[in-house]
Every structure is written in structure tokens, then in C-alpha cells.
Design a protein around this ligand. Sequence first.
Ligand SMILES: [Zn+2]
Length: 314
Amino acid sequence: MKKVELHLHLDGSVRPTTISELLKIDLEEAVKLSSLTQKTNSLKEYLTKFDIPLKIMQTKENLIRISKELAEDLLKENVIYAEIRFAPNKHLEKSLTLEEVVSSVLKGLKEIPLKTNLILCMMRGDSFEKNLEIIKLAKKYLNHGVVGIDLAGNEAAYSVNDYQELFQIAKEKRIPFTIHAGEGDGALSVKNAINLGATRIGHGIRAIEDENVLKLIKEKNITLEVCPKSNLDTNMYNCLEEHPIKKLYDLGIKVTINTDNRTVSNTTLNKTYEELEKTFHFTEEDFINMNKNALLCAFISKSELEELKKELLK
Ligand SMILES: [Zn+2]
């Protein structure tokens, strides 16, 4: 079926074959270094799997190739629209400029006939100045391949509220944003992210732990970018049966289905849909609803929304 994906990290979705080729290591070794072979204990440990792909994502040539390959993989899965995110500041080790990083990724994506846009990630733990650069960068490319910003990284160690001033600036510049919350940290982080003005929450599943936060999500019509496999990998839940996606959906909360990191989590959208269907008996209609939810909160214009809605239901 046709799908929309809103929460997908470029650096966590590099093909292992490409890692193997560019680092000149065995495929088996590349898989071991970039994918989780067993459950980790924490989001912090999960985040170490990005070190290897980031090593090869420091040149224009490699950024173009990796972006193109991801778009190709999405197209094969019948994705009709994707918002791909990454943190430009992590690609400056070989003296590329922030503009060169973004332009290279956009160039790679454009090589494949799939509608995509970028979300630029500010990082928890990065300085105010460094994250401010990302806001300025997003403004520069806004509606020219970039459609918003995000806050990623170790949630438990850095509160959403530490970034209040940055999101205020983003609001003033009219840059749409989503915030990672309610995964490594509890329901309060979701509430904080909503109070900062986020209309979409990356993960947000731990809202299930607080009725008042669930109420707030419904009142404000917030959409959750749910990434089930990723939540299992960071040991949030022991098995998919324990994952709150069905409960959230049944409560009438707008959920969407995403992979987060294809390579790190060794998954695809197709696999994710299959597992969700098997575990929770979601129907085709449910999945269509979730994809409609995704389009409704995507950082696109009204006319693009109408066009994609037609395409989704065709
Ligand atoms: Zn994420």
C-alpha cells in the first residue's frame, strides 16, 4: 500500500552495503557496526550506532550517494512522500560548509522521482550558537527542500525546556518544527514540547503514562510520529504487544507509522506495517487513516496536501 513517512533519520538509514564499500570492510562487519544485533539498554547506547555511518557522510559525493539510495529504498516501498531528517552539524569533519551539506543531500534526493523534503535537526547537548546556526540554515532553504527543524539526541539528559529560546526564534522566523519527546523521557517532556509550540512530536508514546498529557494532545490536535521498532530497540517495551500504539489510536490520537532508523533498527516500513498488522490486527482502513494523519501534519502546502491525498487514495 501507498505510504507516507515523516520520521526518518538519514544517518540511521545508510545501506550496510554502502558502509561496507566505502569503509572497505566486510558486509558482516558493516552490519554489526551500524545495526543493533540485540536490544540495547538505552537510547544513549542506541545512539552510538550512528558513529560508523557518520564517518562516511563527510563528503559531498558520499552525501549525494547516500541520500539518493535512501530515496530509492523509499520508492521501492511505495512511499509517496517522505520527510527525511538529519543534523547538518554532524557532517563538518572534512571542512564542508553547512550549506554544502544540505545542498549535497538535496541533490542526491532529487535524483529519484519521489517527493521528499528535509527536516534539519538541532541536537540536545549542542551549544545555543551551534543550534542557532541550524535555524538560520533552515530559514535559508525553507520551502526549497527544507520544511522544518527538529530537536534530536539524548532526551533523558537534556530537557526540552533548555531549548525554549531557540524554538521561540524558530517561531518568529515561521519555521515549522517537530520535537523528539516522550521516548527517552516521560510524558512531561511531551507536554513541554507542546507548550513550546510543537504540532508534531517525534515518538511521544510515553504520553500514555499521563492522562492529562493525553488530553492536551487531543485538545491541541497534535500528531505523534510513532516508530515502533525503534522503541523496542531502545528497550522501552519488551515486545510489540506492550507498545501503546494501538491504545493511542483507539483513544482517537493521531498516530503515524515510521521507521526512525532503517539500518540501526534493521527494519523497513513494509516490515513495520506487517508486524503491526499481525500484533494489533490493524485493518487497511486503519493504515489509510494513519497515512492521512501523516499528510495532514506534514510540513507541506494545502495544494500539495490535496494532491498527495488523491495520490494516497488512488
Ligand atoms: Zn528519531
